[in-house]
Design a protein around this ligand. Structure first.
Ligand code: PLP
Length: 418
């Protein structure tokens, strides 16, 4: 018998019953449509139950207790680290550091690695696609050290100008920080090419996997990135937890960033000796339940199959592109669907993105509107704000019709007023 995880094409109807929140309806009784998955995804019952069970049965602080609840919780927490290492194909669980999210992971690298290794005149290479989380920590590092930020530019279609990469890379480049997928345009940069080129000049690479890891299989050894960050809440998991993956020898060379309990080997009256990796980077009580809860999300995602998820979301992207292209008042931002993940941003002629989103909400369609924490990218594209629809595997092609209906309504409402 074929199970729901084995059908050639992913059928969202087989997964939706696992997500209680998808049962919500709007005033007219129609189901609510959730197209804001790049901001945060929803959780299946399996994840919610895993969290509840933890609080009900196995909860204590980790790494410190001499009692069974603390021991059991520590075992589960360290088990989560091993599970995530397997999920990423990391060579050791010591390469997995729990953080509060992608943003915290990037800041950790900027502080711990950046302050020790980046000096005046050194260069950090980013792209014009980046989220503020992968820009501001580098600006702050540059302010502290006198380093220079350089950009790999994009074309008007939102693709990286790869010829510029060779020109920008030099012995001054210390780090290339690049997204696995633009949270605005959906553009998927050619990471293997970028990583190889960066390594050829001795630069390290940080991949912002916030929009990549939840949607595509990520093998850190094959990718050869030096650092990778992502957030649990964008992949069916709890909020308040994320992961920083780092190559072990690099992590071992880094001083701790935050000080406190758990990150030390010894504390004396006159100083301290830091603990080993990864504990050195996990000062204080870590996000215990969210970290363990993340493994339930990973189990779920792996059952659905990340290749199928990627393939299915790209189909939705293609479908939305086809529908939006029929509307003369819409300008789609970014490249054609074959270069995109499940994210589509657009602007509506003479109607502000916030107004569009409000009308869409009135017909029960949740999208994001604004600059999506990517102001430089919007400036580059010559717009101040956009509307973003972002998919996950529980979205259905029929829901796209609701979005189109909402756009028609927005145009009728706002054009009449003007
Ligand atoms: N990077 C990208 C590409 C994102 O889309 C986001 C969140 O939207 C982040 C980083 C930051 O993630 P978090 O807010 O979970 O730290």
């Amino acid at each position: 018998m074929t199970t729901r995880h084995e059908t050639a094409i992913l059928d969202p109807q087989l997964y939706r019953p696992d997500f209680p929140i998808l049962n919500r309806t709007i005033e007219d009784g129609r189901p609510f449509v959730y197209f804001d998955n790049a901001a945060t995804t929803q959780r299946p019952r399996q994840v919610i139950e895993a969290i509840t069970t933890l609080y009900e049965t196995h909860y204590g602080n980790v790494h410190r207790g001499i009692h069974r609840l603390a021991d059991e919780t520590t075992e589960l927490y360290e088990g989560a680290r091993e599970r995530i290492a397997r999920f990423l194909n990391a060579s050791s669980e010591t390469e997995v550091i729990f953080t509060s999210g992608a943003t915290a992971g990037i800041n950790l690298v900027a502080r711990a690695w950046g302050d020790a290794n980046v000096h005046e005149g050194d260069e950090i290479l980013v792209t014009e696609l980046e989220h503020h989380s992968n820009l501001v920590p580098w600006f702050q590092l540059a302010e502290r050290t006198g380093a220079v930020i350089r950009y790999i530019p994009i074309t008007d279609d939102g693709l990286l100008v790869m010829e510029e990469l060779e020109r920008l890379l030099s012995s001054r480049t210390k780090l290339v920080a690049v997204t696995a997928a633009s949270n605005v345009l959906g553009t998927v940069p050619p990471l293997p090419v970028i990583i190889k080129a960066a390594h050829s000049v001795g630069a390290l690479v940080l991949v912002d996997g916030a929009q990549g890891v939840p949607h595509r299989k990520t093998d850190v050894q094959a990718l050869d990135a030096d650092f990778l960050v992502f957030s649990g809440h964008k992949m069916l998991g709890p909020s308040g937890v994320g992961v920083l993956y780092g190559k072990r020898e690099i992590l071992e060379s880094m001083p701790p960033f935050m000080g406190g309990g758990s990150m030390i080997r010894e504390v004396r009256m006159d100083g301290f000796t830091p603990g080993d990796v990864p504990y050195r980077f996990e000062a204080g009580t870590p996000p215990i339940v969210p970290a363990i809860g993340m493994t339930a999300a990973i189990d779920y995602l792996e059952q659905v199959g990340l290749e199928r998820i990627d393939q299915y979301e790209r189909q939705l992207t293609k479908r939305l592109h086809e529908e939006l292209e029929k509307l003369e008042f819409v300008r789609i931002l970014g490249p054609t669907p074959e270069y995109k993940s499940g994210i589509v941003s657009f602007v509506v002629d003479r109607i502000h993105a916030h107004d569009v989103a409000q009308v869409l909400d009135s017909v029960g369609v949740a999208v994001r509107a604004g600059h999506h924490c990517a102001m430089p990218l919007h400036k580059r594209l010559g717009v101040t704000a956009s509307v973003r629809a972002s998919f996950y595997f529980y979205n259905m092609a029929s829901e796209i019709d609701r979005l189109i209906e909402g756009l028609d309504r927005a145009v009728r409402l706002f054009r009449r007023r003007k």
